[in-house]
Write a protein that binds this ligand. Structure first.
Ligand code: EPZ
Length: 424
């Protein structure tokens, strides 16, 4: 197992190229199960979640190979419709194979994903959507057993309303609807840019989808789809993480390969805190001088402030001149990182679904433990802000969604090393 050793107090300066979006890639990869053929997913990030999903697709008969950030998928010979627990337990997004397998093969047996460190992660909206498309759903021994029930062995188009805006349920049900018989209308569909990336890929495969980019998606089912190539959108959460890290270290950092339109809420919060941002096409330059003003944030579905960037904001606000409140309405228990930040000397209090960061305390290096992907990013940022050395344990969490993070931070002037360790 690896840990990071960080020596704090360095300003980040320079340029960093942002990778393709992990959460788009995880939605694009399972589309290969909807049609036989060879797919190329360009701008794919080289991270642990992509490797995990590639192994899952491999277990279904898909040949997956990542080469220079292009993911090659050959789904000519899908040999199984079962996603075993050994894969699904590692990554919740594995459930995204349910919709495509059900739509193309009429059946699927997919392990229920576990929860994760920041709370329960239900899948009821995924299952209800499949039932609304005419599937029978049973849960047996921790597995979802899904079957079509029509005489044609195909899903049936229907109207589906999502009671909660759900990225994953929208991904799963949208993919399934493309091969259902008849029209499907999804209302209160998620608006995240990753959904738009997926919808456009499905259209390039021959799907018929109207309303892309809105909360109402109308799908005319087709009999078959075909393989395609796609460009993955930039990772808005990785970008937000580097922008926040730059501001937290009073740095001067330019991000390349970003889509600023996907970052409006984060850019606004950073500017409210006193950072200066210069946006020019696909680059954003952030410069920060002095301590940030305290800025409250409340997470919300896109285009609101992303829940995946709230832990990073908490670390940043440790440098602020007052108190900042961070509310997470999407994952009210996603504050596991707070107790770790307190080990560095942070003055943070937590309440139901929120925390309050009292900025200005002196931060001193310590050993801290990652608990999930974005909490890890928060600890790395705080480690770069603290005086002395900080060891961040269990960095496999961060490797799930940040390609070469220690190398990229070193190139920006951080003092950070990855070392093997028996500590965990
Ligand atoms: C996606 O998770 C992301 N993961 C998460 O990013 C992100 O935090 C989340 O969306 C919210 O933006 C991927 O895209 C792979 P949801 P997902 O369904 O799809 C409730 C990261 O760090 N809900 O949009 O699982 C749920 O409890 C990860 O990259 C149900 O009630 O999230 C939550 O309160 C972590 N029933 C809300 O909806 C369901 O069936 C939003 O969840 C599904 C979700």
């Amino acid at each position: 197992m690896d840990k990071f050793i960080i020596e704090g107090g360095r300003r980040l300066q320079g340029t960093v190229a942002i990778s393709g979006a992990k959460n788009a890639t995880l939605a694009l990869m399972p589309t290969c199960l909807l049609a036989p053929g060879v797919f190329h997913l360009r701008n794919t990030p080289n991270n642990r979640d992509v490797w995990t999903f590639s192994r899952l697709l491999g277990s279904l008969g898909v040949h997956a190979e990542l080469n220079q950030n292009t993911l090659f998928l050959d789904s000519t010979n899908v040999t199984s419709t079962e996603a075993p627990y050994e894969h699904v337990k590692k990554m919740r997004a594995s459930i995204y194979v349910l919709g495509p397998l059900l739509a193309r093969f009429g059946e699927a047996r997919v392990s229920l994903p576990g929860g994760c460190n920041f709370g329960p992660r239900p899948v009821d909206l995924h299952l209800k959507g499949m039932e609304r498309l005419g599937a029978s759903i049973e849960v047996e021994s921790g597995y979802i057993v899904a079957k079509t029930t029509s005489s044609t062995n195909r899903l049936q188009g229907n109207h589906i309303h999502f009671d909660v805006s759900s990225v994953g349920a929208t991904v799963n049900v949208l993919m399934a609807a493309t091969l259902a018989e008849g029209e499907t209308v999804l209302t209160n569909a998620a608006l995240e840019p990753e959904i738009t990336n997926l919808a456009r890929m499905l259209v390039s495969m021959g799907a018929v989808i109207d309303g892309i980019g809105t909360t109402t998606l109308t799908v005319q089912g087709v009999d078959a789809l075909h393989a395609t190539d796609v460009d993955t959108i930039p990772d808005r959460i990785e970008a937000a993480t580097y922008l926040i890290a730059a501001a937290a270290t009073k740095g001067d950092v330019t991000l390349r390969n970003v889509n600023p339109y996907h970052l409006t809420a984060v850019i606004q919060a950073l500017e409210d805190s006193g950072a200066e941002l210069d946006i020019n096409g696909e680059t954003i330059r952030l410069t920060m001088e002095g301590a940030p003003k305290p800025v409250d944030i409340t997470t919300a579905p896109y285009p609101g402030y992303p829940t995946d960037a709230q832990a990073q904001w908490a670390a940043y606000m440790l440098a602020s001149t007052g108190a900042a409140r961070i509310r997470d309405h999407i994952y009210p228990t996603r504050f596991g990182y707070v107790s770790e930040l307190q080990r560095l000397g942070a003055d943070i209090t937590t309440d139901e679904g929120s925390c309050t960061v009292n900025g200005g305390s002196k931060l001193s290096g310590a050993t801290v433990m990652s608990s999930d992907l974005r909490a890890s990013a928060s600890l790395v940022i705080a480690g770069m802000m603290a005086e002395g050395h900080t060891d961040v344990l269990r960095v496999y969490h961060i490797d799930r969604g940040y390609e070469n993070i220690e190398q990229r931070l070193r190139e920006l002037g951080a003092v950070i090393q990855r070392v093997p360790t028996d500590e965990y």
